[in-house]
Write a protein that binds this ligand. Structure first.
Ligand code: BTX
Length: 321
């Protein structure tokens, strides 16, 4: 209901929309409209109300709520069920709980702040309150669990395309980071619940540093934000919607067996290509040079003796050991 009221008032622009018009369009009572208008004011909207004229919104809050994201969405499934919290421990944790309870496919959980944002392998993801996009997407792809790493690459490609459209030059550090000027502007944490041959659900968590002007010291040398890269005061809700808009067609073609649309983006923007890298295989440290990304999304590694390996997922560091 609140989403509909915001949509009606947004359409009205600077004009007042009468309470009766809202009642007629939504088939609800004047009291219900008034109650929801008050809730919207609590959510940060500044709404002018003048007797006999009606309502108009004068200030929209900088929030990544359903009301602010949905006007920019042109997806069929992704983000059509959107759950927003001001503060959560981790959007991935909340999304996994909702997935277990059977939430619709494509459900998106967003938050302004995370108290225990999670990175990979138990690392922490620093949440910059109201300066970042923190969102987790619930997906139930009918593919083998072995293909799940592609989901991270679909996310990385969608984010990189959205950032490119803003005029910055993102690079993708296989498999899960998006970088600008060699620093992390976005991280992706993909988690899965599955059996040997069946995926129950996947939660893809995305953290994008948007309107962040400084970072805590411990990450300031590795992290950047869109604001620090010259994109000040971006509309976070619009960016979140743009990522989902770009993700849906890439995800659909993946489900239909065509991975090229996202793999071609990952290859074009590959940060690792031709760089010396190190990684560990079964506890053994190895070094080589990163090659291309193959048609299964694996990273080719060329060893000093000329032999090759193909990494499906995992942690890769720049530089040799
Ligand atoms: P990762 O393990 O590849 O990266 C974590 C590392 O990145 C940290 O150890 C730190 O060095 C650095 N780091 C921490 N916070 C930031 C930051 N804000 N910006 C840049 N670098 C940082 C990457 O894991 C996966 C991150 C996913 C985050 C999303 S947010 C929504 C969802 N919910 C949740 O709990 N996690 C995901």
């Amino acid at each position: 209901m609140k989403t509909d009221i915001v949509a009606i008032l947004r359409k009205g622009g600077d004009n007042f929309v009468s309470g009766q018009t809202i009642c007629d369009q939504l088939q609800v009572s004047r009291t219900a409209v008034w109650k929801h208008i008050n809730q919207l004011k609590d959510d940060g909207y500044i709404i002018e109300s003048i007797p006999k004229k009606g309502y108009r919104i004068t200030v929209y809050p900088d929030r990544i709520t359903e009301y602010e994201i949905s006007p920019w969405l042109n997806t069929v499934e992704l983000g059509r069920n959107l759950v927003h919290r001001h503060t959560v421990d981790s959007t991935n944790i909340l999304a996994k709980g909702l997935a277990r309870e059977g939430c619709p496919d494509g459900t998106v959980v967003t938050a302004e702040h995370q108290t225990s944002g999670r990175g990979r392998s138990g690392r922490r993801w620093t949440s910059i309150q109201e300066g970042a996009v923190q969102m987790s997407i619930v997906l139930r792809p009918h593919v083998s669990p072995a293909k799940a790493p592609s989901i991270t690459q679909i996310g990385a490609a969608s984010i990189a395309l959205a950032l490119e459209s803003l005029g910055v030059s993102p690079r993708i550090k296989w498999p899960n980071d998006v970088l600008i000027s060699g620093k992390k502007v976005c991280g992706i944490l993909t988690e899965m619940s599955c059996e040997l041959d069946h995926i129950h659900f996947i939660v893809m968590g995305i953290g994008i540093n948007v309107n962040v002007r400084s970072f805590p010291e411990e990450i300031s040398s590795v992290a950047t934000s869109l604001a620090l890269e010259g994109q000040d005061n971006l509309n976070r809700a619009r960016l979140a919607a743009d990522v989902l808009n770009r993700m849906e067609p890439l995800y659909r073609s993946f489900l239909q067996g065509d991975s090229e649309p996202f793999l071609s983006v990952c290859r074009r923007l590959s940060w690792l290509r031709d760089k010396s890298i190190s990684f560990s295989r079964n506890g053994e440290p190895l070094s080589g040079v990163a090659g291309d990304i193959d048609d299964q999304g694996r990273l080719e590694v060329i060893f000093p003796d000329g032999t090759r390996d193909y990494l499906l997922s995992g942690e890769v560091h720049i530089g040799s050991i």
